[in-house]
Ligand binder design. Structure first.
Ligand code: NAD
Length: 419
């Protein structure tokens, strides 16, 4: 039966993938039934006194999907399109991601339907602090650890940490990850998801006897994930021919100078107008003939409508849920390697896990150590999924989900959660 949790397209997509992967490994029926729904969904009202003196009441969600493997873990999103069903789907994806990456963490997600660009800094801080207060009985270093996602950043995490710590009476740095390094953040967290995208692309190219150096790449989205993916690909000798953001796309067949573009975006906020490239549409960026396409912006951008026009040989899902179920099936059957979100963008939660561990023991690593450990996890996870897909002759999404479910199933049965 459909309800406000299950009704959204991303939730439906996620459940379809779960059921399909369950069939591949003959998943215990009771485990499947439990994983189809989140454990807890909390919706709160967030009154904020706006700069004009009027109170505006925002709505906030936090969905805790599963905590069999450890405390709930997942980002907080501030974006106008946030709704309960989308948050619930993203929470479920976190459960599957943490299990796949062998982390001792469960899955959660939160969000507020708001455009943070329309709020002043004071309003954003008030919103964040009040939302944290409402969530505080349910979050904590041993319970549920939020992190940045679309529309939130290290400053938002710093306000959350401060509010939670004030209420606890002492500083609890482990309550959030993705915070500034000055207050317990990890070296390398900001670039982690983008680095992870490139590490799995590197491994995928190797299966096609290619190298990242010289490979062509198109990146949709130039935010926390897309920008760092482009920076790392460029640093490793990749040719990033196209990028896009909310303002539109850019193309330069010879390769965009990414450090120049980063400087341009820091000054101008968007990629539009960058001189050394021609303007193309966001849709065109997805349909270029490149070795690697990295959708790193929104969900539902590769669909049954445009999948026949996709020419990339490898798609690395930097974003959560960018490919619909139908498009994934079509592309996989056509021989396109679609590296699913729970593997491809796992670098963020891997370094979030490193950050949480560092906070718990008050001992910090340098950036090189973080990168080396991250590369090891991403390479190892890709290899595990690739081996499963080759052995069972299934696409990478099914292989990733099945690999994740095998660990979860074992843990749930051991804990007596599924009889
Ligand atoms: P962000 O807000 O930092 O960046 C989003 C980017 O997408 C911006 O450049 C924005 O301009 C662009 N964008 C928005 N609408 C667009 C459109 N219609 N076409 C093209 N570009 C558009 O967000 P982020 O943290 O980079 O997250 C992006 C995706 O990656 C989300 O799906 C998120 O859930 C996922 N993700 C993020 C992390 C992380 O560590 N930040 C980790 C895992 C997954």
């Amino acid at each position: 039966m459909m309800d406000s949790i299950t009704s959204g397209p991303l939730y439906q997509n996620t459940i379809t993938n779960l059921i399909d992967a369950g069939k591949v490994i003959n998943l215990n029926r009771n485990v499947l039934e439990r994983l189809k729904r989140p454990r807890r969904a909390l919706t709160v009202s967030i009154p904020v006194k706006m700069d004009d003196g009027k109170v505006h009441v925002f709505t906030g969600h936090r969905v805790q999907h599963n905590q069999t493997l450890g405390p709930y873990k997942g980002g907080l999103r501030y974006h106008p399109s946030v709704d309960l069903s989308e948050v619930a789907a993203l929470a479920a994806l976190m459960t599957f991601k943490c299990s796949l990456l062998n982390l001792p963490l469960g899955g959660a997600k939160g969000g507020v339907p708001v455009d943070p660009g329309q709020l002043s800094k004071n309003e954003l801080e008030s919103l964040t602090r009040r939302f944290t207060s409402e969530l505080s009985p349910f979050i904590g270093p041993d319970k549920d650890i939020p992190a940045p996602d679309v529309g939130t950043d290290s400053q938002v995490m710093a306000w959350m940490l401060d509010t939670y710590s004030l209420e606890s009476g002492y500083s609890q740095t482990g309550v959030v990850t993705g915070k500034p390094v000055e207050i317990g953040g990890s070296a390398g967290r900001e670039s982690a998801t983008g680095l992870g995208v490139v590490y799995v692309a590197q491994r995928a190219l190797e299966t096609q006897k290619k190298k990242i150096s010289g490979a062509t790449m198109a990146v949709q989205g130039f935010g926390k994930v897309g920008m760092h993916a482009a920076i790392e690909a460029y640093a490793l000798g990749g040719r990033v021919v196209a990028v896009s953001d909310v303002s539109g796309g850019l193309l330069n067949e010879r390769g965009i100078n990414i450090p120049d573009l980063v400087r341009y975006v820091r000054e101008n906020k968007v990629v539009k107008g960058f001189p050394d490239a021609v303007a193309i549409s966001n849709e065109d960026v997805l349909e270029l003939d490149v070795d690697v396409l990295a959708p790193c912006a929104l969900d539902g951008v590769i669909t049954e409508k445009n999948c026949a026009s996709i020419k990339a040989k490898i798609i690395v899902e930097g974003a959560n849920g960018p490919t619909t179920h139908e498009a994934n099936t079509y592309l996989s059957e056509k021989g396109v390697m679609v590296i699913p979100d729970i593997l491809a963008n796992g670098g963020g939660v891997v370094v979030s896990y490193f950050e949480w561990v560092q906070d718990l023991v008050w001992l910090f690593w340098n950036e090189e150590e973080v990168r080396n450990k991250l590369r090891e996890v991403m390479f190892g996870s890709f290899d595990k999924v690739w081996a499963f897909s080759q052995k069972e002759k299934v696409n990478l999404r099914l292989a990733a989900m099945a690999t994740s479910l095998m660990r979860l199933e074992k843990a749930m049965l051991l804990r007596g959660q599924a009889w």
